[in-house]
Design a protein. Structure first.
Length: 246
């Protein structure tokens, strides 16, 4: 577990009420003493160290911001000390209790609980204009907005292209898109006449069948043979096409 060495005075100043910092996205780096020249740098340095360890642990994507709610008491007699996260929370949330371990020169190791408020900022998709139900997902019709995904947990990240998705309900202009608004686009629809290929090695036979349910790419759907009236499962592979392998 990595740590950084700081003076106790600066850290005690840093970890007071209402102090906040922004933690850059997690990156692999070696711990090293942090040069500090002001209280502002101290604020950024210590919370950044806790946030860095949180980011590494949870493999955070985005901009993590931490704000101290309760001060951390540190040994004033120690010239330097090391701070590391001793126990991580089960998951990232807007309010966190982080168990930290403090080791000072010539003093026993102590464990304390740091109370912080957290934000995890990412770009999310936003409807530029009203979007109709069953419309295809088109990034060209959307804007992006920086949101706290610890609060907007269902927001669709702008990193998701969602090309195979369509809207399952209307979305008004200016609203953040959520995963409840979209679903994988159905390539086969219930009641549709589709082409089914029966594949056995190099051999392939195609037939017409009636789709008994909707299905997106990769879904197994029930279809009915038009001649025998028998029903069987087939894998959706493209628009109006499914496949059965033997």
């Amino acid at each position: 577990m990595s740590s950084r060495t700081l003076t106790p005075f600066l850290v005690s100043v840093l970890l007071g009420f209402g102090l906040a910092t922004t933690v850059p996205p997690a990156r692999a780096e070696q711990s090293a003493p942090i040069p500090l020249a002001s209280h502002d740098e101290a604020r950024a340095a210590v919370l950044a160290e806790v946030g860095r360890q949180l980011s590494d642990h949870f493999r955070v994507e985005g901009e993590l911001r931490l704000e101290a709610v309760r001060p951390l008491v540190l040994p004033s007699a120690s010239l330097t000390f090391k701070l590391e996260v001793a126990e991580f929370p089960a998951a990232l949330s807007s309010s966190l209790l982080v168990r930290v371990r403090v080791a000072g020169e010539g003093l026993p190791v102590t464990d304390q609980t740091l109370v912080v408020r957290a934000q995890l900022l990412r770009d999310a998709w936003v409807a530029r204009s009203p979007l109709d139900r069953e419309a295809a997902f088109d990034a060209a019709q959307l804007d992006t907005r920086r949101v706290d995904v610890l609060r907007e947990r269902d927001a669709v990240p702008a990193t998701e292209s969602c090309r195979d998705y369509s809207f399952i309900r209307a979305v008004p202009a200016g609203r953040i898109l959520t995963w409840r608004d979209i679903a994988r686009r159905a390539l086969v629809r219930k009641g549709q006449l589709i082409e089914v290929a029966a594949v056995d090695g190099p051999l392939s036979i195609t037939m017409k069948a009636l789709a008994m349910e909707n299905g997106a790419a990769g879904d197994m759907v029930k279809v009915r043979n038009l001649d025998s009236k028998k029903e069987f499962n087939a894998l959706v592979v493209a628009d109006s096409r499914a496949q059965v392998r033997f």
